[in-house]
Design a protein around this ligand. Structure first.
Ligand code: PMP
Length: 446
């Protein structure tokens, strides 16, 4: 939405201007940063300082899975902060113990013991170190179309262009091809056999294969049903672990608790953040099997943070999981997600610039193309981290003009609304995207 013109002529209000001056925008050319002040948020909607209201069709950064008015989480955090704002890692709280127990319950199979941190990045960082310590091997295979975090370890295993400025990163990271049927020359199942061959050629030196079971910010890539089971087999055949990064796909987004549940696969290590607290507090978690946990009985777990298991954050995580369970939000996401999928497919029928629609549950992507037969993306991919004003940004901006916030990355609209969204709210947001897609239709090659 166009911001109201200010005296300074930059379109920012006083708060936004102070913020721009004193706080870095992430992953951005700072001259392009233009923060918008949010003053209220309720249910699936939020309101900006200029009085405009938006449907949040991307749960902000694909993390506000519970929407914006889970008072029960706010109360749990408030209560904990008044009881004991902080205890050092050698002490514990009821919330920390109960959260650990809950995570063992809702995660697949045997996964049972959790390392707590404060972000998805740190959850991945811990997964890398645990895999290396446990196997005694160094290498991590991850895939090109992936994002796993911003610190040196996690950016080194990230495959997308965000890694480029930080290269060469940590040693021992290797990238593999992705299950991307629409845009890759390799068939998704061939890409697993390629990884099998990579492992063979690397000898017995690979600690783990790290994947997002359903790729998030790199375009909502859903592999075929047989892909993840085969990948686990390939990893184990070569003495490597399977790490599933569930930071974005976890906590009901897919209509299952976790992305790997869609394929009935139990990883050896799993990372979580975002939906873990519904974004009410920063919290990351890395859960492992009993076998891996046992290893650290006699071997030191050389890892930890001051705020590992911070009382306020674990209080939020525990309350959030209670809400997912008591309000049956996972089943609900599956049902409403089917409706969302139908509505998105209708958009694909109407708009020639929609190249592909993908997804499961409330985790969907609309990939744009300027030439449907040749599948040519709008804008460039490889060298662009923050591409400025490309066609996909204009589609999002037009949807915002119609009252819907929808994130995009790499030529794809990322649709991931809060789980409590209703069909009526979906209709409203889909209409806004419908208007946005007129822009990409007009920008096609003829
Ligand atoms: N892994 C995945 C799959 C992610 O989507 C993200 C964040 N988008 C991360 C890791 C990093 O999480 P955070 O930004 O909380 O550090």
């Amino acid at each position: 939405m166009a911001k109201q013109e200010s005296a300074a002529g930059d379109g920012l209000n006083d708060i936004e201007r102070v913020d721009k001056e004193h706080v870095f925008g992430t992953w951005s050319y700072q001259k392009e940063v233009s923060p918008t002040q949010v003053v209220d948020a309720d249910g699936v909607r939020f309101t900006t300082a200029d009085g405009e209201e938006y449907i949040d069709f991307s749960s902000q950064l694909m993390c506000s899975n519970l929407g914006h008015s889970a008072d029960r989480i706010a109360d749990a955090v408030d209560e904990q902060m008044r009881e004991a704002a902080y205890v050092s890692p050698g002490y514990t709280t009821e919330n920390r113990a109960k959260l650990g127990e809950k995570l063992a319950e809702v995660t697949p199979g045997e996964l049972s013991k959790t390392f707590l941190s404060t972000s998805g990045t740190e959850a991945v960082e811990a997964a890398i170190k645990i895999a290396r310590f446990y196997t005694g091997k160094q290498k991590i295979i991850s895939r090109y179309r992936s994002y796993h975090g911003a610190t040196y370890g996690s950016i080194s295993v990230t495959g997308d262009p965000r890694r480029l400025e930080s290269e060469p990163g940590i040693p021992g990271t290797i990238k593999a091809p992705d299950p991307y049927a629409y845009g890759s020359t390799l068939d998704p199942m061939e890409s697993v056999e390629y990884i099998d061959e990579m492992l063979e050629l690397e000898g017995d030196t690979v600690a783990a294969i790290l994947v997002e079971p359903i790729v998030g910010s790199n375009g909502i890539l859903v592999p075929p049903e047989e892909y993840l089971p085969r990948l686990k087999e390939v990893a184990h055949d070569h003495g490597a672990l399977l790490i599933c990064d569930e930071v974005m796909a976890g906590f009901g987004r897919t209509g299952e608790w976790f992305g790997c549940d869609v394929f009935d696969v139990e990883p050896d290590i799993m990372t979580m953040a975002k939906g873990l607290t519904g974004a009410y507090q920063p919290l990351g978690a890395t859960i492992v099997t009993p076998e891996i946990a046992d290893h650290f009985e006699e071997n030191m777990l050389c890892h930890g943070h001051t705020y590992a298991g911070h009382p306020a954050a674990v209080a939020a995580g525990r309350a959030a999981i209670d809400i997912y369970q008591e309000e049956n939000l996972i089943e609900r996401a599956s049902e409403v997600g089917d409706y969302l999928g139908e509505r998105i497919d209708e958009l694909a029928d109407r708009h020639p610039s929609v190249g592909d629609t993908r997804g499961v549950g409330l985790f969907r992507g609309i990939e744009l193309t300027k030439h449907p037969e040749k599948r040519v993306p709008f804008g460039e991919r490889a060298d662009k981290i923050s591409p400025g004003s490309t066609v996909v940004d204009e589609v999002s901006a037009t949807a915002a003009d119609q009252g819907t916030y929808v994130a995009n990355m790499i030529n794809t609209l990322i649709i991931a609304p809060p789980l409590p969204i209703t069909e009526d709210e979906i209709d409203e947001a889909v209409d806004a995207i419908d208007a946005g897609l007129e822009v990409s239709d007009d920008a096609m090659e003829h």
